[in-house]
Design a binder for this molecule. Structure first.
Ligand code: ADP
Length: 463
Protein backbone atom coordinates (compact mmCIF):
# COMPACT_ATOMS: atom_id res chain seq x y z
CA UNK A 1 0.00 0.00 0.00
CA UNK A 2 1.40 3.36 -0.97
CA UNK A 3 1.94 6.08 1.58
CA UNK A 4 -0.76 8.77 1.60
CA UNK A 5 -0.09 12.50 1.68
CA UNK A 6 -3.13 14.63 2.51
CA UNK A 7 -3.15 18.39 2.05
CA UNK A 8 -6.03 20.61 3.16
CA UNK A 9 -6.39 24.22 4.20
CA UNK A 10 -6.58 23.24 7.87
CA UNK A 11 -4.93 20.21 9.41
CA UNK A 12 -7.11 17.97 11.55
CA UNK A 13 -5.98 17.33 15.10
CA UNK A 14 -4.52 13.84 14.69
CA UNK A 15 -3.99 13.38 18.40
CA UNK A 16 -7.75 13.22 18.97
CA UNK A 17 -9.56 9.99 18.19
CA UNK A 18 -12.86 11.62 17.33
CA UNK A 19 -13.25 14.90 15.52
CA UNK A 20 -16.41 16.91 15.01
CA UNK A 21 -16.50 16.04 11.30
CA UNK A 22 -16.75 12.47 10.05
CA UNK A 23 -14.57 13.33 7.08
CA UNK A 24 -11.53 14.19 9.17
CA UNK A 25 -11.93 10.98 11.17
CA UNK A 26 -12.06 8.83 8.03
CA UNK A 27 -9.03 10.48 6.49
CA UNK A 28 -7.06 10.36 9.72
CA UNK A 29 -7.82 6.63 10.10
CA UNK A 30 -6.67 5.99 6.57
CA UNK A 31 -3.47 7.92 7.21
CA UNK A 32 -2.79 5.94 10.36
CA UNK A 33 -3.25 2.65 8.48
CA UNK A 34 -1.09 3.54 5.51
CA UNK A 35 1.28 5.91 7.24
CA UNK A 36 1.70 9.29 5.69
CA UNK A 37 1.72 13.03 5.90
CA UNK A 38 -0.98 15.66 6.57
CA UNK A 39 -0.05 19.19 5.63
CA UNK A 40 -2.11 22.31 6.24
CA UNK A 41 -2.49 25.61 8.02
CA UNK A 42 -2.60 25.44 11.81
CA UNK A 43 -5.27 28.16 12.06
CA UNK A 44 -2.84 30.69 13.55
CA UNK A 45 -1.71 33.98 12.10
CA UNK A 46 1.87 35.03 12.71
CA UNK A 47 3.55 38.43 12.45
CA UNK A 48 5.69 38.69 9.33
CA UNK A 49 8.72 39.03 11.60
CA UNK A 50 8.09 35.62 13.12
CA UNK A 51 9.40 32.41 11.73
CA UNK A 52 7.15 31.16 8.93
CA UNK A 53 8.91 27.85 8.43
CA UNK A 54 6.69 24.76 8.45
CA UNK A 55 6.70 22.78 11.68
CA UNK A 56 6.63 18.96 11.59
CA UNK A 57 5.36 16.69 14.30
CA UNK A 58 5.42 12.88 14.25
CA UNK A 59 2.22 11.24 15.57
CA UNK A 60 2.60 7.46 15.26
CA UNK A 61 3.16 6.74 11.57
CA UNK A 62 1.78 10.10 10.52
CA UNK A 63 3.82 13.25 10.03
CA UNK A 64 1.82 16.39 10.57
CA UNK A 65 3.23 19.48 8.91
CA UNK A 66 1.70 22.81 9.84
CA UNK A 67 2.23 26.16 8.23
CA UNK A 68 1.39 29.44 9.91
CA UNK A 69 -0.04 32.23 7.77
CA UNK A 70 0.77 35.91 8.10
CA UNK A 71 -2.11 38.31 8.76
CA UNK A 72 -1.73 39.41 5.14
CA UNK A 73 -1.93 35.79 3.90
CA UNK A 74 -5.02 35.29 6.02
CA UNK A 75 -6.72 38.36 4.61
CA UNK A 76 -5.77 37.81 0.98
CA UNK A 77 -5.66 34.02 0.58
CA UNK A 78 -8.23 32.90 3.14
CA UNK A 79 -10.78 35.69 3.68
CA UNK A 80 -10.06 37.19 0.25
CA UNK A 81 -9.65 34.86 -2.70
CA UNK A 82 -10.92 31.67 -1.04
CA UNK A 83 -13.94 33.06 0.78
CA UNK A 84 -14.83 36.30 -1.01
CA UNK A 85 -14.18 35.08 -4.56
CA UNK A 86 -14.20 31.30 -4.93
CA UNK A 87 -16.82 30.44 -2.29
CA UNK A 88 -19.54 32.77 -3.65
CA UNK A 89 -18.56 32.07 -7.27
CA UNK A 90 -18.71 28.30 -6.84
CA UNK A 91 -22.07 28.66 -5.05
CA UNK A 92 -23.48 30.54 -8.05
CA UNK A 93 -23.46 33.90 -6.21
CA UNK A 94 -21.77 36.26 -8.66
CA UNK A 95 -23.47 39.14 -6.85
CA UNK A 96 -21.33 38.44 -3.76
CA UNK A 97 -17.97 37.98 -5.52
CA UNK A 98 -15.48 40.61 -4.34
CA UNK A 99 -12.51 40.19 -6.67
CA UNK A 100 -9.25 42.02 -6.00
CA UNK A 101 -5.89 41.41 -7.67
CA UNK A 102 -4.13 41.34 -4.29
CA UNK A 103 -6.42 38.47 -3.25
CA UNK A 104 -5.29 36.46 -6.26
CA UNK A 105 -1.64 37.32 -5.50
CA UNK A 106 -2.09 36.13 -1.91
CA UNK A 107 -3.79 32.94 -3.08
CA UNK A 108 -0.93 32.11 -5.43
CA UNK A 109 1.68 33.02 -2.82
CA UNK A 110 0.18 30.72 -0.17
CA UNK A 111 -0.26 27.85 -2.64
CA UNK A 112 3.40 28.25 -3.59
CA UNK A 113 4.36 28.10 0.10
CA UNK A 114 2.30 24.92 0.55
CA UNK A 115 4.15 23.41 -2.44
CA UNK A 116 7.57 24.40 -1.06
CA UNK A 117 6.71 22.93 2.32
CA UNK A 118 5.52 19.66 0.78
CA UNK A 119 8.25 18.96 -1.79
CA UNK A 120 10.99 18.07 0.69
CA UNK A 121 8.74 15.57 2.49
CA UNK A 122 7.65 13.58 -0.57
CA UNK A 123 8.70 10.05 -1.44
CA UNK A 124 8.74 8.72 -4.99
CA UNK A 125 5.70 6.45 -4.71
CA UNK A 126 3.52 8.64 -2.50
CA UNK A 127 -0.12 9.19 -3.33
CA UNK A 128 -1.03 12.84 -2.85
CA UNK A 129 -4.61 13.87 -2.08
CA UNK A 130 -5.38 17.58 -2.01
CA UNK A 131 -8.66 18.96 -0.68
CA UNK A 132 -10.92 21.79 -1.67
CA UNK A 133 -11.12 25.21 -3.22
CA UNK A 134 -8.34 26.81 -1.19
CA UNK A 135 -5.79 24.70 -3.04
CA UNK A 136 -6.90 24.59 -6.69
CA UNK A 137 -3.45 25.57 -8.08
CA UNK A 138 -1.41 23.34 -5.76
CA UNK A 139 -0.83 20.50 -8.25
CA UNK A 140 0.39 23.04 -10.83
CA UNK A 141 2.79 24.49 -8.24
CA UNK A 142 4.03 21.00 -7.37
CA UNK A 143 4.48 20.03 -11.04
CA UNK A 144 6.56 23.20 -11.57
CA UNK A 145 8.84 21.95 -8.80
CA UNK A 146 9.26 18.58 -10.54
CA UNK A 147 6.64 16.54 -8.67
CA UNK A 148 5.85 13.36 -10.69
CA UNK A 149 3.71 11.56 -8.11
CA UNK A 150 0.04 10.90 -8.70
CA UNK A 151 -2.01 13.78 -7.32
CA UNK A 152 -5.74 13.67 -6.64
CA UNK A 153 -8.08 16.52 -5.83
CA UNK A 154 -11.49 16.55 -4.21
CA UNK A 155 -13.74 19.59 -4.46
CA UNK A 156 -16.06 19.65 -1.46
CA UNK A 157 -18.20 22.49 -2.82
CA UNK A 158 -20.19 22.71 -6.08
CA UNK A 159 -18.61 23.53 -9.42
CA UNK A 160 -20.70 26.08 -11.34
CA UNK A 161 -21.52 26.08 -15.07
CA UNK A 162 -19.09 27.79 -17.47
CA UNK A 163 -21.36 30.84 -17.83
CA UNK A 164 -20.78 31.58 -14.14
CA UNK A 165 -17.21 30.34 -13.79
CA UNK A 166 -16.05 32.42 -16.75
CA UNK A 167 -17.24 35.64 -15.09
CA UNK A 168 -14.25 35.70 -12.75
CA UNK A 169 -10.91 37.08 -13.96
CA UNK A 170 -8.28 34.36 -14.59
CA UNK A 171 -10.88 31.59 -14.76
CA UNK A 172 -8.94 29.83 -17.49
CA UNK A 173 -5.84 29.78 -15.33
CA UNK A 174 -7.89 28.30 -12.49
CA UNK A 175 -9.24 25.42 -14.59
CA UNK A 176 -5.93 24.79 -16.35
CA UNK A 177 -4.34 24.53 -12.89
CA UNK A 178 -7.00 22.03 -11.93
CA UNK A 179 -6.06 19.89 -14.91
CA UNK A 180 -2.60 19.32 -13.44
CA UNK A 181 -4.23 16.80 -11.08
CA UNK A 182 -4.48 13.17 -12.20
CA UNK A 183 -7.89 12.63 -10.62
CA UNK A 184 -10.50 15.33 -10.00
CA UNK A 185 -13.26 14.24 -7.61
CA UNK A 186 -16.58 16.07 -7.54
CA UNK A 187 -19.65 15.71 -5.37
CA UNK A 188 -22.38 15.38 -7.98
CA UNK A 189 -23.17 14.62 -11.60
CA UNK A 190 -24.21 18.27 -12.03
CA UNK A 191 -20.70 19.37 -11.02
CA UNK A 192 -19.10 16.88 -13.39
CA UNK A 193 -21.32 18.05 -16.27
CA UNK A 194 -20.31 21.65 -15.52
CA UNK A 195 -16.61 20.79 -15.64
CA UNK A 196 -17.11 18.88 -18.86
CA UNK A 197 -18.91 21.84 -20.45
CA UNK A 198 -16.18 24.26 -19.39
CA UNK A 199 -13.42 22.03 -20.72
CA UNK A 200 -15.24 21.62 -24.04
CA UNK A 201 -16.19 25.27 -24.45
CA UNK A 202 -13.05 27.01 -23.20
CA UNK A 203 -10.26 24.48 -23.59
CA UNK A 204 -11.44 22.52 -26.67
CA UNK A 205 -10.90 19.17 -24.99
CA UNK A 206 -13.44 16.33 -24.94
CA UNK A 207 -14.27 14.09 -22.06
CA UNK A 208 -15.06 10.43 -22.76
CA UNK A 209 -18.04 8.68 -21.17
CA UNK A 210 -15.94 7.34 -18.29
CA UNK A 211 -14.69 10.78 -17.26
CA UNK A 212 -11.28 10.69 -18.97
CA UNK A 213 -9.85 13.48 -21.04
CA UNK A 214 -6.53 14.31 -22.57
CA UNK A 215 -4.76 17.47 -21.43
CA UNK A 216 -1.39 18.03 -23.09
CA UNK A 217 0.50 14.77 -22.77
CA UNK A 218 -1.44 13.71 -19.67
CA UNK A 219 -4.69 11.92 -19.08
CA UNK A 220 -6.97 13.39 -16.43
CA UNK A 221 -9.80 11.44 -14.82
CA UNK A 222 -12.79 13.36 -13.49
CA UNK A 223 -15.48 11.58 -11.50
CA UNK A 224 -18.35 11.81 -9.07
CA UNK A 225 -17.53 10.66 -5.52
CA UNK A 226 -20.47 11.69 -3.32
CA UNK A 227 -19.26 12.24 0.21
CA UNK A 228 -21.04 10.43 3.03
CA UNK A 229 -21.10 10.02 6.79
CA UNK A 230 -20.09 7.28 9.20
CA UNK A 231 -23.65 5.94 9.46
CA UNK A 232 -23.15 3.47 12.32
CA UNK A 233 -21.37 6.03 14.48
CA UNK A 234 -24.19 8.53 13.97
CA UNK A 235 -26.93 5.96 14.60
CA UNK A 236 -25.21 4.96 17.81
CA UNK A 237 -24.95 8.58 18.94
CA UNK A 238 -28.61 9.30 18.15
CA UNK A 239 -29.79 6.23 20.07
CA UNK A 240 -27.83 7.16 23.18
CA UNK A 241 -30.21 8.86 25.65
CA UNK A 242 -29.55 12.54 26.16
CA UNK A 243 -31.28 13.77 29.31
CA UNK A 244 -31.59 17.41 28.35
CA UNK A 245 -33.08 16.64 24.95
CA UNK A 246 -35.32 13.99 26.49
CA UNK A 247 -36.88 16.46 28.93
CA UNK A 248 -37.60 18.90 26.11
CA UNK A 249 -39.06 16.13 23.95
CA UNK A 250 -41.37 14.92 26.72
CA UNK A 251 -42.61 18.44 27.25
CA UNK A 252 -43.45 18.74 23.56
CA UNK A 253 -45.16 15.36 23.55
CA UNK A 254 -47.37 16.34 26.48
CA UNK A 255 -48.36 19.52 24.68
CA UNK A 256 -48.90 17.59 21.41
CA UNK A 257 -46.36 19.67 19.53
CA UNK A 258 -44.03 18.74 16.69
CA UNK A 259 -40.61 20.16 15.84
CA UNK A 260 -39.05 21.06 12.51
CA UNK A 261 -35.26 21.28 12.72
CA UNK A 262 -32.62 23.12 10.67
CA UNK A 263 -28.90 22.94 11.44
CA UNK A 264 -26.35 24.85 9.40
CA UNK A 265 -23.30 27.00 9.43
CA UNK A 266 -24.60 30.54 9.17
CA UNK A 267 -23.83 30.87 5.47
CA UNK A 268 -25.74 32.65 2.71
CA UNK A 269 -25.60 29.46 0.62
CA UNK A 270 -27.85 27.65 3.13
CA UNK A 271 -31.09 29.43 2.17
CA UNK A 272 -31.93 30.42 5.74
CA UNK A 273 -34.05 33.56 5.18
CA UNK A 274 -36.40 31.79 2.76
CA UNK A 275 -36.48 28.79 5.08
CA UNK A 276 -37.78 31.00 7.89
CA UNK A 277 -40.24 32.67 5.50
CA UNK A 278 -41.47 29.24 4.43
CA UNK A 279 -42.13 28.31 8.03
CA UNK A 280 -44.11 31.53 8.51
CA UNK A 281 -46.00 30.73 5.30
CA UNK A 282 -46.90 27.31 6.73
CA UNK A 283 -48.50 29.05 9.72
CA UNK A 284 -50.32 31.41 7.37
CA UNK A 285 -51.62 28.79 4.93
CA UNK A 286 -52.50 26.20 7.57
CA UNK A 287 -53.68 28.02 10.73
CA UNK A 288 -54.32 24.64 12.39
CA UNK A 289 -50.50 24.27 12.53
CA UNK A 290 -50.21 27.23 14.89
CA UNK A 291 -49.29 26.19 18.42
CA UNK A 292 -48.80 22.61 17.21
CA UNK A 293 -45.40 22.99 15.55
CA UNK A 294 -42.20 25.01 16.08
CA UNK A 295 -39.04 25.49 14.06
CA UNK A 296 -35.70 25.04 15.79
CA UNK A 297 -32.97 26.62 13.70
CA UNK A 298 -29.40 26.17 14.91
CA UNK A 299 -26.94 28.37 13.04
CA UNK A 300 -23.24 28.26 13.80
CA UNK A 301 -21.34 31.49 13.24
CA UNK A 302 -18.65 31.26 10.57
CA UNK A 303 -16.30 33.62 8.64
CA UNK A 304 -17.57 36.59 10.60
CA UNK A 305 -14.84 38.82 9.17
CA UNK A 306 -16.47 38.70 5.72
CA UNK A 307 -19.15 41.39 5.24
CA UNK A 308 -21.71 39.08 3.59
CA UNK A 309 -21.75 36.93 6.74
CA UNK A 310 -22.49 39.90 8.99
CA UNK A 311 -25.43 40.82 6.74
CA UNK A 312 -26.98 37.34 6.77
CA UNK A 313 -26.80 37.26 10.57
CA UNK A 314 -28.59 40.59 10.91
CA UNK A 315 -31.24 39.53 8.40
CA UNK A 316 -31.95 36.27 10.20
CA UNK A 317 -32.20 37.82 13.63
CA UNK A 318 -34.67 40.39 12.30
CA UNK A 319 -36.70 37.72 10.50
CA UNK A 320 -36.99 35.34 13.43
CA UNK A 321 -37.95 38.26 15.66
CA UNK A 322 -40.59 39.39 13.18
CA UNK A 323 -42.11 35.90 12.84
CA UNK A 324 -42.22 35.43 16.59
CA UNK A 325 -43.68 38.92 17.02
CA UNK A 326 -46.42 38.08 14.58
CA UNK A 327 -47.40 34.57 15.66
CA UNK A 328 -46.15 33.85 19.20
CA UNK A 329 -48.49 33.32 22.09
CA UNK A 330 -47.73 33.45 25.81
CA UNK A 331 -47.09 29.69 25.82
CA UNK A 332 -45.78 29.05 22.29
CA UNK A 333 -42.84 30.51 20.36
CA UNK A 334 -42.86 29.47 16.69
CA UNK A 335 -39.16 30.03 15.90
CA UNK A 336 -36.43 28.94 18.26
CA UNK A 337 -33.35 30.50 16.70
CA UNK A 338 -29.97 29.53 18.16
CA UNK A 339 -26.90 31.44 17.03
CA UNK A 340 -24.25 28.98 18.14
CA UNK A 341 -22.99 25.42 18.14
CA UNK A 342 -24.62 22.44 19.77
CA UNK A 343 -22.53 19.42 20.89
CA UNK A 344 -22.72 16.59 18.36
CA UNK A 345 -24.40 14.11 20.68
CA UNK A 346 -27.15 16.62 21.53
CA UNK A 347 -27.51 17.38 17.82
CA UNK A 348 -28.04 13.71 16.99
CA UNK A 349 -30.67 13.42 19.75
CA UNK A 350 -32.39 16.59 18.52
CA UNK A 351 -32.55 15.20 14.97
CA UNK A 352 -34.13 12.02 16.32
CA UNK A 353 -36.77 13.88 18.28
CA UNK A 354 -37.70 16.25 15.41
CA UNK A 355 -40.53 15.27 13.06
CA UNK A 356 -39.08 17.14 10.07
CA UNK A 357 -35.49 17.77 8.94
CA UNK A 358 -35.64 21.01 6.96
CA UNK A 359 -32.58 21.31 4.70
CA UNK A 360 -32.97 24.00 2.06
CA UNK A 361 -29.64 25.30 0.74
CA UNK A 362 -29.74 27.49 -2.35
CA UNK A 363 -26.67 25.56 -3.46
CA UNK A 364 -24.60 22.95 -1.61
CA UNK A 365 -21.83 20.57 -2.64
CA UNK A 366 -23.44 17.66 -0.78
CA UNK A 367 -24.97 18.62 2.61
CA UNK A 368 -24.14 16.15 5.34
CA UNK A 369 -26.84 17.42 7.69
CA UNK A 370 -29.40 15.76 5.39
CA UNK A 371 -27.62 12.41 5.78
CA UNK A 372 -27.19 12.86 9.53
CA UNK A 373 -30.90 13.57 9.94
CA UNK A 374 -31.77 10.29 8.20
CA UNK A 375 -29.22 8.32 10.22
CA UNK A 376 -30.72 9.68 13.46
CA UNK A 377 -34.33 8.55 12.84
CA UNK A 378 -35.94 5.60 14.58
CA UNK A 379 -37.62 3.09 12.27
CA UNK A 380 -40.62 2.89 14.65
CA UNK A 381 -41.60 6.50 14.12
CA UNK A 382 -39.29 8.20 11.62
CA UNK A 383 -39.36 11.88 10.72
CA UNK A 384 -39.40 13.23 7.18
CA UNK A 385 -36.56 14.96 5.35
CA UNK A 386 -37.52 18.04 3.31
CA UNK A 387 -34.56 18.67 1.03
CA UNK A 388 -33.56 21.34 -1.50
CA UNK A 389 -33.18 20.17 -5.08
CA UNK A 390 -29.97 22.24 -5.22
CA UNK A 391 -28.12 20.22 -2.58
CA UNK A 392 -25.75 17.62 -4.06
CA UNK A 393 -27.45 15.14 -1.71
CA UNK A 394 -30.74 15.48 -3.65
CA UNK A 395 -29.26 13.54 -6.60
CA UNK A 396 -29.21 10.50 -4.38
CA UNK A 397 -31.80 11.02 -1.63
CA UNK A 398 -34.80 10.80 -3.92
CA UNK A 399 -37.22 9.56 -1.26
CA UNK A 400 -36.95 12.85 0.63
CA UNK A 401 -39.56 15.53 -0.14
CA UNK A 402 -37.62 17.53 -2.70
CA UNK A 403 -38.33 21.28 -2.77
CA UNK A 404 -37.30 24.44 -4.57
CA UNK A 405 -35.52 26.57 -1.91
CA UNK A 406 -36.46 29.78 -3.75
CA UNK A 407 -40.18 28.92 -3.66
CA UNK A 408 -41.58 29.73 -0.23
CA UNK A 409 -45.05 28.33 -1.02
CA UNK A 410 -43.60 25.06 -2.32
CA UNK A 411 -41.57 24.66 0.88
CA UNK A 412 -44.60 25.48 3.07
CA UNK A 413 -46.76 22.92 1.27
CA UNK A 414 -44.11 20.24 1.63
CA UNK A 415 -43.64 21.05 5.30
CA UNK A 416 -47.36 20.48 5.77
CA UNK A 417 -47.15 17.24 3.80
CA UNK A 418 -44.23 16.06 5.97
CA UNK A 419 -46.05 16.94 9.19
CA UNK A 420 -49.18 15.03 8.17
CA UNK A 421 -47.57 12.04 6.42
CA UNK A 422 -48.92 8.63 7.50
CA UNK A 423 -46.58 6.32 9.40
CA UNK A 424 -46.29 3.64 6.71
CA UNK A 425 -45.22 6.15 4.07
CA UNK A 426 -42.67 7.66 6.45
CA UNK A 427 -41.29 4.19 7.15
CA UNK A 428 -41.07 3.30 3.44
CA UNK A 429 -39.16 6.48 2.72
CA UNK A 430 -36.89 6.07 5.74
CA UNK A 431 -36.02 2.47 4.76
CA UNK A 432 -35.03 3.55 1.25
CA UNK A 433 -33.07 6.60 2.43
CA UNK A 434 -31.19 4.61 5.04
CA UNK A 435 -30.12 2.15 2.37
CA UNK A 436 -28.88 5.02 0.24
CA UNK A 437 -26.77 6.67 2.94
CA UNK A 438 -25.28 3.30 3.85
CA UNK A 439 -24.35 2.59 0.26
CA UNK A 440 -22.57 5.93 -0.06
CA UNK A 441 -20.98 6.34 3.32
CA UNK A 442 -17.68 7.98 4.21
CA UNK A 443 -15.72 4.73 3.87
CA UNK A 444 -16.94 4.08 0.32
CA UNK A 445 -16.16 7.69 -0.63
CA UNK A 446 -12.61 7.33 0.62
CA UNK A 447 -11.99 3.87 -0.83
CA UNK A 448 -13.45 4.71 -4.24
CA UNK A 449 -11.42 7.87 -4.54
CA UNK A 450 -8.16 6.25 -3.45
CA UNK A 451 -8.71 3.23 -5.73
CA UNK A 452 -9.25 5.57 -8.68
CA UNK A 453 -6.15 7.58 -7.82
CA UNK A 454 -3.93 4.59 -7.09
CA UNK A 455 -4.89 2.34 -9.98
CA UNK A 456 -6.02 4.94 -12.50
CA UNK A 457 -9.36 3.13 -12.61
CA UNK A 458 -12.48 4.80 -13.85
CA UNK A 459 -14.70 6.05 -11.04
CA UNK A 460 -17.42 3.58 -10.01
CA UNK A 461 -20.66 4.29 -11.91
CA UNK A 462 -23.55 5.87 -10.02
CA UNK A 463 -26.95 4.24 -10.27
P1 ADP B 1 -20.94 22.57 5.37
O1 ADP B 1 -19.76 21.67 5.15
O2 ADP B 1 -21.20 23.55 4.25
O3 ADP B 1 -20.93 23.27 6.69
P2 ADP B 1 -22.48 20.10 5.69
O4 ADP B 1 -23.96 19.94 5.94
O5 ADP B 1 -21.98 19.24 4.59
O6 ADP B 1 -22.25 21.65 5.41
O7 ADP B 1 -21.65 19.74 6.99
C1 ADP B 1 -21.82 20.45 8.16
C2 ADP B 1 -21.34 19.62 9.37
O8 ADP B 1 -21.23 20.49 10.50
C3 ADP B 1 -22.31 18.54 9.74
O9 ADP B 1 -21.61 17.42 10.23
C4 ADP B 1 -23.16 19.18 10.85
O10 ADP B 1 -23.68 18.28 11.79
C5 ADP B 1 -22.16 20.11 11.51
N1 ADP B 1 -22.85 21.32 11.99
C6 ADP B 1 -23.39 22.28 11.22
N2 ADP B 1 -23.97 23.23 11.98
C7 ADP B 1 -23.82 22.84 13.26
C8 ADP B 1 -24.23 23.37 14.52
N3 ADP B 1 -24.94 24.52 14.59
N4 ADP B 1 -23.88 22.71 15.64
C9 ADP B 1 -23.19 21.56 15.55
N5 ADP B 1 -22.78 20.99 14.41
C10 ADP B 1 -23.10 21.62 13.27
Amino acid sequence: MRRLVVVSNRVADLTKSSQSGGLAVGLADSLRQRGGVWLGWDGKTADTSENLEPVSKQIGDVTQIVLPLTRQDYEEYYLGFSNSVLWPLFHYRLDLVDYKTVYLDGYRRVNARFADALMSSLREDDLIWIHDYHLLPLAAELRQRGCKQRIGFFLHIPLPPPEILSAVPRHRWLVESLLQFDVIGLQSQTDLNNLQHYVEQHLSSTMTGDGRFQWGDREVIAGVFPIGIDVDAFVEMAERPNDEVLIETRRREILGRRQVIGVDRLDYSKGLPDRLRAFARLLELYPEMRKSVALMQIATPTREEVEAYVEIRTELEALSGAINGRFADFNWTPVHYIHGTVPRDALAALFRSSQVGFVTPLRDGMNLVAKEYIAAQSMDNPGVLVLSKFAGAAEDLREALIVNPYDVDDMARNLCRALTMPLDERQDRQRALMERIRKRDNASWLNNFLATLEHSKSPPPLD
